[in-house]
Design a protein around this ligand. Structure first.
Ligand code: NAP
Length: 275
């Protein structure tokens, strides 16, 4: 597969197609990650909260793909927020992954009621300066949380990883990202499978002789997003990687654009999330 990449606001390159590992158990993570790397994915997304960083690191080594060719993301969990706690949690993630550095470290959720994401962000800035992480970003941040980081530190996250699929397109947040040079990364890009059964998606898939998953992933790529579909099924891992040999036309995009709905969110609202 010929991967497309984006340049982040710190000059680093990130592949547009990545591989998600949420709900992939530790014992299946190494095989899934090795299969993904064999299929050509070069971005792997994990998190300390997924409980599979050890398996993810094992899969990277088992694949035989050189470390410098792989973009590895992990995330800081909510209970580890705070300056010192973040530094410690990052070291623990690196130990589990058995890596010297990750390519992207994200604050997993803002948890505004905890009032610790600013201290956590300052720790991420320190980690980047020390070279333990190459790029820094956030996940599930709303405009108000991003604005607070910008006002207090002047350091703009490279990435915001947010729930984004045809049923929940996050246009206002994406416009804010575009204005400030923040790359948008879509989590649950297939709507956890729901988008694959939609009539319009199925019709477009038939037209292009592609599967509905390939159509939805192509929609993310054509929109300039980074997308990280998850699967533990080898055939689907391969299927989801074959999205670089076609593109959607204006009619397809118009059909998918109207699926957007304020009620389309699957996951928690970041302002009120309580874990
Ligand atoms: N930052 C955050 O807060 C956050 C939150 C959620 C997710 N994420 C990240 O985003 C990644 C993706 O999101 P997600 O796992 O929630 O959902 P997703 O990628 O939208 O959907 C995954 C589901 O779709 C199925 N699937 C995958 N490819 C398919 C295909 N070609 N045909 C039919 N079914 C297919 C998978 O099944 P099988 O695995 O059984 O094949 C799985 O049940 C996560 O793994 C994680 O890395 C981040």
């Amino acid at each position: 597969m010929t991967q497309t990449t984006l340049t982040l606001n710190d000059g680093m390159q990130i592949p547009q197609l990545g591989f998600g590992t949420w709900q992939t158990p530790e014992e299946k993570a190494a095989a899934a990650v090795a299969a993904a790397l064999a299929a050509g994915y070069r971005l792997i997304d994990t998190a300390s909260a997924y409980g599979n960083e050890t398996g993810v690191g094992e899969g990277i080594r088992r694949s035989g793909v050189p470390r410098e060719k792989i973009f590895v993301t992990t995330k800081l969990w909510n209970s580890d927020q705070g300056f010192d706690e973040t530094l410690r949690a990052c070291e623990e993630s690196l130990q589990r992954l058995r890596l010297d550095a990750v390519d992207l470290y994200l604050i997993h959720w803002p948890m505004p009621r905890m009032e610790r994401y600013l201290d956590s962000w300052r720790a991420l800035i320190a980690l980047k300066n020390e070279g333990r992480v190459r790029s820094i970003g956030v996940s599930n941040f709303q405009i108000s949380h991003l604005q607070h980081l910008l006002d207090e530190t002047g350091v703009v996250p490279s990435v915001n990883q947010i729930e984004l699929h045809p049923f929940f397109q996050q246009r206002e947040l994406r416009a804010f990202h575009a204005k400030h040079g923040i790359a948008t990364e879509s989590w649950s890009p297939l709507g956890q499978g729901a988008a694959l059964r939609n009539d319009r998606v199925l019709r477009i898939a038939q037209k292009h002789q592609k599967t509905s998953a390939q159509v939805v992933l192509r929609w993310h790529i054509d929109n300039g997003l980074i997308t990280i579909p998850k699967s533990v099924t080898p055939a689907r891992i391969n299927e989801n990687s074959r999205v670089f040999d076609f593109s959607l036309d204006a009619e397809d995009i118009a059909l998918l654009d109207v699926l957007d709905s304020p009620k389309g969110r699957i996951g928690p609202d970041p302002d009120t999330a309580d874990f």
